[in-house]
Structures are given as C-alpha cells and as structure tokens.
Design a protein around this ligand. Structure first.
Ligand code: ATP
Ligand code: MG
Ligand code: FE
Length: 339
C-alpha cells in the first residue's frame, strides 16, 4: 500500500510517499526559510505564493525520486490543519485535484498527528504512549491509548515552546528561525542567570512560557541600562535550561503517572540538543522507552503526514470533495472522526 502526502501548513512545501504505513519511500521538502528571513518570521502571503510556485515541482520530484506515478498510489493524504489558512489551501486544493483526477481516496490529516507519527517511521508504537509535542505553534502532552486516538492531558496556556525560542532569539538579534540559533549558542554558554520555571499548580501538566520570555527580555533590558555585558551564549544557555527543565520534568511525571510504555517527542523543538540530552537522562532508568525522531523528521515534512494519513486511511477516514483548509482543526476531534 502506497500513501502520498502533501504538507503546506506553514513555510515548507513538502511531498512524501510511505509504503505499508511505516516504510519511507521518498520525502521531499522545499523550505522557504530564506524568503522569510529578512522579515524575521513567516509572512503568510509570501508563504502562500511560494507554495503555489513549488507544489507541482515538489510533487514531480517526489514521484521521480520514488520511480512511481500517481496511479501507483492507494490514497492521497494532505494536511488539513492547523496552520496558515492560505498556505493550507494550496496543499488541500492540490490533493483534491489529484484525488479527483485519478479517482483516488482523499484523507485530511491533522498536522500535529503528523508530528507525532513521524516517530513511527523509526519504531513501532506501543500503547499507552505519551507524546511530548513541542513545535512552533504547539506545546502539549498527548496520551494515546491506541492508533489514531489523541487525548491532550496538558498544554501551553500562552506561548508554544518554539514560539518562545523564536521570540527570545529575536531579542538577541539572531536570525529566523531562532530555535536552532539559541540551541547552538547554548552549547557554548553556561547557566549564569537563574530564570524562572513555570511549574504552575501541583500536578498540572500544563505549560507557560510567556513569563520566561518576559524575564529574558527584562534581564537584557536591565543589563543595557546598567551598561552591563551579558554573554549571549550565557543568556541562551540559561533560557534553554529553564525550558528544558520544565519540559523534561513534566513529561517524566506524566509518563510515570499514566504508566506509559513509550514517551515520544514530536515537533521542531524535538531537534533541540539540550532537550534531547535532558530527556535521555531523565528516562534512562524509566520503564517508558524514549523515542526521538531523527532531525529531518522533527521540523515540518510530508513523511509524517503520510505516516499519520496511512493510519487514518486504514481506519476508514475519508474526506469529501468539499474538504477545506481548517486552520483551527482540533486534535482530539480529528482522532474521533471516522467514516
Ligand atoms: P506547528 O507544528 O505547531 O504548526 P510549526 O510547524 O511552525 O508549528 P515546526 O516546524 O514543528 O513548527 O517547528 C518549528 C519550530 O521549531 C520553530 O519555532 C523553531 O525555532 C523550532 N526549532 C527548530 N529547531 C530547534 C532547535 N534545535 N532548538 C529549539 N527550537 C528549534
Ligand atoms: Mg517551518
Ligand atoms: Fe509543524
């Protein structure tokens, strides 16, 4: 069984093919980072236009790389949401056109289900499992008791982890996207500043990063006023220490409380060296097995959409020809929706 997937929710145009749910055949990603860099973030209108230019080229490249044609596909899957509406629309319309022209089943996929399922391209899932989702727009602890079912047991009350990285990076005048830049600096610095950790209420699995973001901004401001020099490496290391401490501790506590067999990390921030190292240490003696995707499957790609889409397809999910981009698509509702 061959599943084609299209992903255009943000600033990468991506097409992938997965065989029998878990075997990656091809994974083509056309990134627009260079076009957005000078604006310090993703400009939605520019993103949409790039997707329109890139979608056909990316699709052809994926098919060529796989040595396959659209006729070989069993289903066409596409990111339906969440994301930027104009960007999503390009992928959704491309997928609908292909599915209609080739009379193939069409399946809409939740972007975060995709980030989670990126892990299944590496290792088979064992339930119950807990996923720590840390991306540009989401920070959640998601409990899965079976394939395609998602229960959010904790989530951010303000900024997402990736968003906090990008905002702090901007204050440090680092180029976009800031996450990898801060990660790189943090490796060279030391935790010299004691930034706050938002633990929230006892036993809460929710997160909050806006207070930390403000603390960093205020500290930099104060240093400037006093003419004090703070090494950017140390600011990065101190900020990262706070984020990583909260993420890894809450993931560990939740994994223990729910007695999960696996803890899997998902989303762009899963590429973070500090987070990867902290989780490895935390879960070293835990019964839960830790899965972290390879770097290329952490940030946006279509392989993860194919992996989640294949499961949705095999569970009976089908989209109608009226499928629309849904920028606010809910993960739990997506999981409970079957035909
Ligand atoms: P979402 O998936 O929530 O819709 P998104 O698709 O924009 O958001 P991803 O592509 O999953 O997000 O991840 C991008 C985010 O990951 C950015 O905020 C980026 O700064 C962050 N990121 C990437 N690499 C690293 C890293 N090494 N350390 C920290 N953050 C990182
Ligand atoms: Mg991106
Ligand atoms: Fe993403």
């Amino acid at each position: 069984q061959y599943i084609l997937a299209i992903e255009t929710s943000c600033d990468e145009t991506a097409v992938a093919i997965v065989k029998n749910e878990t075997e990656l055949i091809t994974n083509v990603v056309a990134s627009q980072i260079e076009s957005h860099k000078r604006f310090g973030g993703v400009v939605p209108e520019i993103a949409s236009r790039h997707h329109i230019e890139q979608i056909t080229i990316t699709l052809e490249e994926a098919l060529e790389d796989a040595g396959m044609t659209l006729d070989d596909m069993d289903a066409i899957t596409v990111t339906e949401g969440p994301g930027l509406v104009g960007a999503l629309l390009v992928g959704v319309n491309a997928a609908k056109s292909i599915a209609f022209a080739k009379q193939k089943p069409l399946v809409g996929v939740h972007h975060i289900a995709g980030h989670i399922y990126a892990n299944r391209l590496e290792k088979e899932f064992e339930f119950p499992l807990l996923s720590l989702v840390v991306s540009g727009g989401h920070t959640e602890l998601v409990l899965m008791r079976e394939h395609g079912s998602f229960e959010i047991i904790g989530e951010t009350r303000d900024d997402a982890a990736g968003e906090a990285y990008d905002k702090v990076a901007r204050t440090l005048k680092l180029p976009y996207p800031g996450g990898p830049e801060i990660d790189r600096l943090a490796q060279e610095g030391e935790e010299t500043i004691d930034f706050p950790r938002a633990w929230l209420e006892e036993a809460s699995y929710d997160f909050s990063f806006s207070g930390l973001k403000s603390a960093v901004i205020n500290r930099l401001h104060k240093a400037k006023q006093r003419g004090e020099y703070l090494k950017p490496e140390d600011v990065a290391a101190s900020f990262q220490a706070s984020v990583v401490d909260v993420l890894s501790t809450k993931a560990f506590l939740a994994a223990e409380a729910y007695g999960v067999k696996q803890i899997i990390v998902a989303g762009g921030v899963a590429a973070n060296k500090g987070l990867r190292a902290a989780l490895k240490e935390k879960f070293q003696d835990s019964k839960a097995e830790l899965l972290i995707p390879p770097l290329e499957l952490c940030t946006d790609n279509a392989a993860m959409i194919a992996a989640a889409g294949a499961v949705a397809y095999n569970q009976g999910h089908r989209a109608e020809w009226g499928l629309n981009a849904n920028p606010g698509l809910d993960l739990e509702l997506f999981g409970s929706r079957k035909k």
